[in-house]
Design a protein. Structure first.
Lengths: 340, 365
């Protein structure tokens, strides 16, 4: 079984704690995404699992074996990097075949051809096998890079922002393909990114990392709708969650200890106020194409929500704003759960 | 006046035509975005405006003055590159003031200008700090400061936010636009990121293979794409296309797609029978059991407030953006209703949009 278990793993670089007491289990066939900004410890975590860094504390088990002291080659993991590092002088075929031609692996030419062709079909690059890698588009190159990781059939795939150097459209396409490939292979994947859309759409579970610590791990729905803290709540959602002090609006039965109310689009009921007497005013409606943002001011605070593309709100409209089962946070920034 | 006028601009690199007879006008004070995939010619166009490349043919006028064959430093512009190089051994003040020092401006005037610029960017509290200790956002602001301190006629920016984290990029997008609202300098901004373009631009030119496919406001481009390329490049996920074959008469109000009758905006031109496509954005597709256009749920991407549901139809996947609380199971049969006021029609072979009442309304209104 190709699972990963990290227990109490820490790693510092000088006086900077890159990963702090990280405990994390990834089940066989699971797609886990670590989400966090630059410097959160995402890449270090991957490098620790790959054996490119050694932890100061803690243990790493891969496929049931203690891998903490194993060399990278002994761990049976494949790493896909942000920059697709293909061999420019080789064809697509030879780039894909390269990991199989290592002297340590004894594959016959027929075996190699069969595997390369199978993987090429999977990543939809089979029509370009004879092309030089330099003649490919960015998306094709990254497909080859992913294919090169797949061809070895490792136990574990580690992916470090593999889509971030691509343009938005290609990124969306490859996102879908990556998820399909992972599902088809039943592969175990640990993927790191700072892109919340990638995290939401790819992950079985998302882990929120900040300053080397795992703040919360759960399904995308759980992280989005039941964030443990203000920090986690602010990581997911576009536009970002509105964090408002109590007392700004009628507080919707806020539990004792609440200091901040978190309101996403679905937690607000906004309607035009009859007679112009409302809680707030529409600042503007921002049409961003597939997202339409409604900007409001309520008691000096700015709120942003999604709105219907056919919205009839206009600048200057007085609006009545009410909460609908919002999120409640205490003074320490932790969410207070309420039973619904 | 710092209007930028580009007339029949063309650039060839050997046999490769990077920019093909482009013409457009960026009005004084406008924020103009050139948007397109890599290799579409947007950066080459920008470099010609900057004077870093000379056009093969065509003209460029800055504030009414022909500059096509002038050198970069003879044009009063500031170019902001993708990767900001600050001088690491200088503090913020000296980094921002450097372009003025290089021009030989008197010290007192430099001081005043640098402080004004820093206030504008809200980094005046950092002026005496070393740049090497700054956070990413502040570094970016210093780099912007160095570009605006000269008060050039216009700014040219080549994917200045390309290397930033998404969260931080969203923040900088708003800051850049707010800065623009304050100083109103004519800006040409190149990006492949449609959200940046939609959030910041007054006008967008969508480029493909060296050609401007459409020039217009963000809403025109999103709501009424001039071609299938534009419809497909903009929007995430992009516009759905549903194929049908047939001719169109003036006044046609419905077509048959996959055996279902679909109401469309009134067609305003006559077309011979050909392969056509209906275009509809995911947010204008709704589930409706009464609709004759049928499919089965293929999968769903959860996005928090909304979800994007892919539905397998006889003509491939159609995506619908619906609220996240709509519960669907994979394989479930569904009917798809398309909002007729939001439909586009395209001629497949040429890719161009067909004239309909929706489009005319937009052009006149």
């Amino acid at each position: 079984m190709a699972d990963i278990r990290l227990k109490g793993v820490s790693k510092a670089f000088g006086d900077r704690q890159a990963v702090a007491d990280l405990t994390l289990s990834i089940a066989h066939g699971e797609f886990v995404v670590l989400l966090g900004p630059t410097g959160a410890g995402k890449t270090t975590t991957l490098r620790l699992i790959a054996g490119l860094e050694k932890p100061e504390n803690g243990t790493i088990h891969i496929a049931g074996r203690d891998a903490t002291e194993l060399t990278p080659a002994g761990r049976d993991v494949a790493f896909v990097f942000q920059q697709y590092s293909l061999y420019p002088h080789l064809s697509v075929y030879d780039n894909l075949a390269f990991p199989l031609r290592s002297p340590a692996r004894k594959f016959g030419d027929g075996d190699i051809r069969a595997r390369v062709e199978q993987v090429a079909r999977l990543v939809r690059i089979d029509h370009k096998l004879d092309s030089r890698s330099t003649s490919l588009s960015g998306g094709e190159m990254q497909r080859v890079a992913i294919g090169r990781a797949l061809v070895r059939r490792p136990a574990i795939y580690l992916m470090d922002e593999p889509l971030s150097s691509l343009d938005a459209k290609l990124r969306a396409e490859l996102r879908l393909e990556l998820k399909r490939i992972q599902a088809d292979l039943g592969a175990t994947v640990l993927y790191v990114t700072h892109d919340q859309i990638e995290a939401m759409t790819l992950a079985d579970r998302i882990g929120i990392l900040a300053d080397g610590r795992l703040l919360q791990i759960g399904t995308p729905r759980a992280i989005y709708s039941e964030p443990a803290s203000l920090h986690v709540a602010a990581r997911l959602g576009q536009p970002a969650i509105n964090l408002l002090p109590t007392g700004l609006l009628p507080d919707a039965a806020a539990p004792a200890g609440t200091t901040t109310i978190g309101a996403r689009t679905e937690h607000l009921v906004i309607a035009k106020a009859p007679g112009g007497q409302g809680d707030g005013t529409v600042e503007r409606v921002e049409h961003l194409g597939d997202q339409n943002h409604l900007h409001l001011t309520v008691g000096g605070r700015k709120l942003v929500t999604l709105t219907d593309p056919e919205t009839d709100f206009g600048e200057g409209d007085a609006v009545r704003v009410r909460y609908r089962a919002p999120l409640f946070f205490d003074g320490a920034g932790n969410r207070i759960a309420v039973s619904t | 006046m710092a209007e930028i006028r580009v007339e029949n601009l063309r650039k060839e690199f050997g046999a490769f035509v990077a920019v093909r007879d482009s013409s457009f006008v960026v009005e004084d004070g406008e924020f103009f975005v050139m948007l397109g995939p890599s290799g579409c010619g947007k950066t080459t166009t920008l470099r010609m405006i900057a004077g870093l490349e000379l056009p093969t043919s065509g003209r460029i006028l800055l504030g009414g003055e022909g500059v096509s064959q002038k050198r970069a430093r003879e044009r009063d512009i500031a170019f902001v590159f993708q990767l900001f190089a600050l001088y690491p051994h200088m503090n913020v003040r000296r980094n921002i003031g450097f372009p003025l020092l290089a021009q030989g401006m008197p010290k007192a005037e430099i001081r005043q200008r640098v402080e004004e610029t820093a206030r504008l960017l809200r980094i005046d509290h950092l002026l005496d700090k070393s740049v090497s200790g700054l956070a990413g956002g502040d570094r970016q602001r210093v780099a912007l400061g160095r570009a605006i301190v000269r008060r050039p006629k216009c700014f040219l920016m080549d994917e200045p936010l390309g290397t930033l984290d998404t969260e931080f990029r969203d923040l900088m997008v708003h800051e850049l636009r707010e800065l623009h609202n304050r100083i109103r300098a004519t800006t040409v901004y190149v990006t492949h990121d449609q959200l940046e373009a939609m959030s910041m631009a007054d006008k967008i030119a969508v480029m493909n293979h060296g050609v401007i496919e459409q020039f217009g406001t963000p809403r025109e481009i999103y709501d009424r794409p001039a071609s299938m390329f534009v419809a497909d490049f903009i929007g995430s996920p992009p516009m759905n296309f549903l194929s049908f074959h047939g001719g169109l008469e003036r006044g046609t109000r419905a077509v048959t797609v996959q055996g279902a009758r679909i109401d469309i905006p009134e067609v305003l031109e006559a077309l011979e029978p050909a392969d056509m496509a209906l275009g509809i954005r995911p947010e204008h597709v709704r589930f409706d059991e009464r609709s004759g256009l049928r499919g089965a749920v293929y999968g769903s991407e959860y996005l928090g407030t909304t979800q994007v549901v892919a539905v397998e139809t006889a003509d491939g996947l159609v995506k619908a953006r619906v609220p996240a609380d709509v519960k669907l199971s994979i394989g479930e049969p569904v009917g798809l209703a398309l909002n007729p006021t939001r439909l586009s029609l395209f001629h497949r072979a040429s890719g161009r949009a067909i004239r309909t009442a929706n489009r005319e309304e937009a052009l006149n209104g």
